[in-house]
Write a protein that binds this ligand. Structure first.
Ligand SMILES: [Zn+2]
Length: 123
């Protein structure tokens, strides 16, 4: 990726040169750093998902209650700033203490992401 200060996508940040990252599979916007990965063993809506400490270039949808495998969570879907593709969701509130560690974290759909730059993890 070039054009860090590109005016055409002013909101999209791409300052993670040489770091392994997840990028949007549709528009290649940088979404998250590999270092921010917490777990690869989560379930997304349609397949496997990644739990991430943080993510970037995302916008939040409206908050809603959603029944997940581990109980009813309050989540907001997250959308790519570059192309509006739904990439996963943000955990606003967990149902109980056992799930609390997910609050403030992101679940990103594995199918919607591509790996960039010297990715070191296995699939
Ligand atoms: Zn995108």
């Amino acid at each position: 990726m070039t054009g860090i200060h590109s005016d055409t996508k002013a909101q999209v940040v791409s300052t993670y040169h040489d770091h392994p990252t997840f990028s949007c599979s549709t528009c290649a916007a940088t979404i998250a750093l590999q270092d921010e990965l917490i777990s690869k063993s989560f379930s997304g809506r349609d397949g496997r998902g990644y739990l991430m400490h943080s993510a970037t270039n995302l916008k939040m949808g409206k908050k809603e209650e959603r029944g997940l495998l581990t109980g009813t969570h309050t989540v907001s879907d997250v959308y790519c700033l570059g192309c509006n593709e739904r990439l996963g969701w943000y955990y606003v509130k967990a149902p109980d203490n056992a799930q609390k560690y997910k609050e403030g974290k992101y679940l990103l759909e594995r199918e919607k992401l591509v790996k960039e730059n010297a990715w070191k993890l296995d699939d």
